[in-house]
Ligand binder design. Structure first.
Ligand code: SF4
Length: 225
């Protein structure tokens, strides 16, 4: 597919952003883990990736230290990415079950994947003002998804970030509560799904299992037709 010049311009703007001093410092200086010592690291903001014509938007919280901040592509190169992309492949949204590097050949069909905050935060905890600083990028990305019919928010922080997006758009978010599998038909005709984040904290403890995530993704796929 031909690159969308508006998306390419947005990506360039995101990647060069230095609006949050705390996050700029962290992304550029966070120590490497021993496993990746000696490898070149991305250390810049990470835009979304996927099918701009897709009906599903998948929203995470932020790049991970050994994942997207290292590899430069969202949900790429760490345990969370492997768990998510393997499930996306099983549900028919990803061309392959692995996501290891920007040039590994992964193609999403029918979904676009991004994060509410584009820079890796210390302890996976962006500050409220950092969510706010990055919100215009999220809004701009979403505006470039003309066929968006469903959103899957991974984790309660991403869920709340999406509710704030809806509020900025004038939507009514009363009564929308996070829970794995929670599903809400919104006034704009889209459906909001919530799911546990595929972090090792959730997957290693069994709070989120692969069958749970695959089942949720297949349900979404079925609804989207
Ligand atoms: S989190 Fe967003 S707004 Fe803040 S520096 Fe990174 S890209 Fe810019």
């Amino acid at each position: 597919m031909k690159p969308d010049p508006r998306f390419e311009a947005l990506k360039a703007e995101i990647v060069s952003c230095r609006r949050c001093p705390r996050l700029v410092k962290y992304r550029e200086s966070v120590p490497l883990t021993r496993a990746y010592a000696g490898q070149e690291h991305w250390r810049k903001p990470v835009p979304g990736y996927g099918d701009l014509g897709g009906k599903l938007l998948i929203l995470g919280l932020a790049p991970a230290r050994t994942g997207a901040n290292r590899t430069g592509r969202i949900f790429t190169g760490d345990a969370s990415s492997r768990f998510l992309v393997s499930a996306l492949h099983a549900a028919g949204f990803a061309s392959q079950p692995m996501s290891e590097s920007r040039d590994d050949g992964l193609v999403y069909t029918g979904c676009y994947v991004t994060a509410a905050v584009k820079c890796v935060p210390p302890d996976d905890k962006p500050l409220p003002e950092e969510f706010g600083n990055c919100a215009p990028f999220l809004d701009a990305e979403i505006s470039l998804l003309p066929n968006r019919a469903a959103v899957l928010a991974l984790g309660s922080h991403a869920f709340r970030a999406y509710l704030r997006h809806l509020k900025r758009e004038g939507g009514d978010v009363r009564g929308l509560k996070f829970g794995h599998g929670a599903t809400y038909r919104l006034a704009d005709g889209t459906t909001l799904f919530a799911g546990y984040h595929p972090s090792p904290r959730n997957t290693n403890t069994g709070k989120l299992t692969r069958p749970m995530l695959v089942s949720l993704l297949r349900r979404i796929r079925k609804q989207l037709g």
